[in-house]
Unconditional design. Structure first.
Length: 433
C-alpha cells in the first residue's frame, strides 16, 4: 500500500491513544515502517532519531541483534502458553534475574502486561494484604499530586492528574494527595489517616507524566522512613524510571530504598513487547498463603501474563545490559546531555525550566495558551528536522534510548533547540485565535 492509501485508511478506521482525532485527521500521519538502532524510518524512507524511546521504553536500540535473535529462537519453541496453572522456563528465569537485580527484600514476581496493570496489581495486593491481616479499615491510598500510574480506573484513582479526575471522578476510589517533594506533608496525611491507608504509591525520584518533575534528594528515603513509622506499605512505580533511565538500574537504589511493592514495565523488554511485573516482599506474599478454601488467593491474572516471547525479549535485554555495560557507558552520556541542554536549550527565550534526572528530560515552555499547542508545534518542527519527540502539554520531553551515541545525542539536542526556537518564534498565537 502507498503512504497515501495507508494514511486514508488510518483516518477512516483508527482511534489513536491520547489523541484528539479531530486534530489528527487534519494533519498527515507519520507512518513508521521500520527501525534500526536509535533511528526510525517512515513509509517514504525518511529517517528520524527516536528522541522518546518509542514512548519511554526502548533501551538498547531497535532491531538489536541479540534481542531479535532471542525472540526468534523463542518463536521456534512456543509463542504463548499460560501462567495460569502452568509455568515456562523464560518466566522462571526472568523472575529469578529480577529478584537478583531488585532492591533487597523484593522476593516475588507477579507478571502482567503493562504499566497500568502492574500498578493495579500492586494496589490490589496491598489492599488484600491488609484485609487478610484483619485490618479492614485500610481502604485508601496516599499518592502524590500530579502522579501518573496508568489509565485503568484503579491506576487513575491513585493518579494525581486533575484532568483525569475531573472526567472520571465518580468512578474512582479513595486517595489522598501529598505535595510532591514535601515529606512534612506526607507525614501530616499519614497521621490524619492512620489506620485508613493501605499504601503510599510514588514514582521514585521523577514524576514522568507530570512533566518530568524531579524530587529533592532525600525525599524518597524520608517517605520510606515515614511508611515504616506508620506501618504503611510503600509502592514504588518504576515503570518509567526502571532499567537505567535515571542512571541506576532502578531509581530506588539512589536513595537506598527498598519498597514493599515495585512495578516495572516499559523498559523491561527493552521496548520490544508488552510485559510488566509487580515485585512483592515475602511478608506480603506470605499473607496470601493458606488452604484453598481459605480464599486468600490473589484473584488476578491476564491472558497474556508472562508471555514467553516477551520473557525472551526481557532476558535478552538484561543480557545486553551486562554485555554492553550499558549503565557504565551511560554515566558520561548523562553528563554530556546535561552540558548540551545547558548550552543549546536552557538559554532559549520561552524556556522556563529544563528539568532532568539521568536520561529523563522535560523542557518547560512558558507563555502560550492551550490552543496554541506549543508542545505539538515543537514536535512538528523536530519531525521536519529528523527527530521524533513527544510533548506533555507545554513540556517537551526527551527520553532517548540508553544506547544512543554521543553524536546522536548532540544531534537530538540541537534539533530540539532549533525546533523550540522555530515554534516559539512562529505566530502560534495568531494560529490559535
Ligand atoms: C507509563 C507509565 C505507566 C503506565 O504504563 P502503561 O504500560 O502505559 O500502562 C504507569 N506508571 C508510570 C510511572 C508510567 O510512566
Amino acid at each position: 500500500m502507498t503512504t497515501r492509501e495507508l494514511a486514508d485508511i488510518d483516518k477512516r478506521v483508527l482511534w489513536h491513544p491520547f489523541t484528539q482525532q479531530q486534530g489528527w485527521c487534519e494533519e498527515e500521519p507519520l507512518i513508521i515502517e521500520r527501525a534500526a538502532g536509535c533511528t526510525l524510518y517512515d513509509s517514504e524512507g525518511n529517517a528520524y532519531l527516536d528522541g522518546v524511546s518509542s514512548l519511554w521504553c526502548n533501551i538498547h536500540g531497535h532491531a538489536h541483534p541479540a534481542i531479535d535473535r532471542a525472540v526468534r529462537e523463542q518463536l521456534q519453541r512456543v509463542a504463548h502458553t499460560t501462567m495460569l496453572g502452568l509455568s515456562h522456563p523464560g518466566a522462571i528465569e526472568l523472575a529469578q534475574r529480577l529478584v537478583e537485580l531488585a532492591p533487597r527484600g523484593l522476593s516475588r514476581v507477579f507478571y502482567s502486561d503493562n504499566g497500568s496493570t502492574a500498578a493495579e496489581v500492586a494496589l490490589k495486593m496491598a489492599f488484600q494484604h491488609w484485609r487478610q491481616r484483619g485490618e479492614l479499615g485500610r481502604n485508601g491510598f496516599i499518592t502524590l499530586r500530579d502522579a501518573y500510574h496508568g489509565d485503568t480506573i484503579g491506576s487513575v484513582s491513585v493518579g494525581g492528574m486533575e484532568l483525569f479526575h475531573a472526567c472520571f471522578g465518580p468512578l474512582l476510589f479513595k486517595s489522598w494527595q501529598a505535595e510532591p517533594g514535601d515529606a512534612g506533608h506526607m507525614e501530616v496525611l499519614l497521621r490524619a489517616h492512620a489506620g485508613e491507608v493501605a499504601a503510599v504509591i510514588v514514582e521514585p525520584l521523577v514524576q514522568g507524566a507530570a512533566g518530568i518533575v524531579t524530587h529533592p534528594d532525600g525525599y524518597l528515603r524520608a517517605v520510606r522512613e515515614l511508611c515504616d513509622e506508620h506501618d504503611v506499605l510503600l509502592i514504588c512505580d518504576e515503570v518509567a524510571t526502571g532499567f537505567g533511565r535515571t542512571g541506576t538500574m532502578f531509581a530506588c537504589e539512589q536513595e537506598d530504598v527498598a519498597p514493599d511493592l515495585m512495578c516495572v514495565a516499559k523498559g523491561l523488554t527493552g521496548g520490544y513487547m508488552p510485559l510488566a511485573a509487580t515485585l512483592a516482599s515475602e511478608r506480603i506474599y506470605e499473607s496470601f498463603l493458606g488452604a484453598h478454601e481459605d480464599l486468600r488467593t490473589f484473584f488476578h491474572g491476564h491472558t497474556y501474563t508472562g508471555n514467553p516471547l516477551a520473557c525472551a525479549a526481557a532476558l535478552a535485554t538484561l543480557d545486553v545490559f551486562e554485555r554492553e555495560r550499558t549503565l557504565e557507558a551511560l554515566g558520561p552520556k548523562i553528563d554530556l546531555l546535561g552540558d548540551l541542554l545547558d548550552e543549546f536549550v536552557a538559554p532559549l527565550r520561552r524556556v522556563a525550566e529544563v528539568r532532568r534526572r539521568g536520561f529523563m528530560v522535560g523542557i518547560e515552555l512558558e507563555g502560550f495558551p492551550l490552543a496554541a499547542r506549543i508542545g505539538h508545534q515543537v514536535t512538528l518542527a523536530a519531525r521536519r528536522r529528523g527527530a521524533i519527540v513527544r510533548p506533555l502539554g507545554d513540556v517537551v520531553v526527551l527520553m532517548p534510548p540508553l544506547a544512543i551515541s554521543s553524536e546522536e545525542l548532540r544531534h537530538l539536542v540541537q534539533i530540539t533547540a532549533a525546533s523550540v526556537r522555530e515554534a516559539t518564534a512562529a505566530p502560534v498565537l495568531a494560529q490559535a485565535a
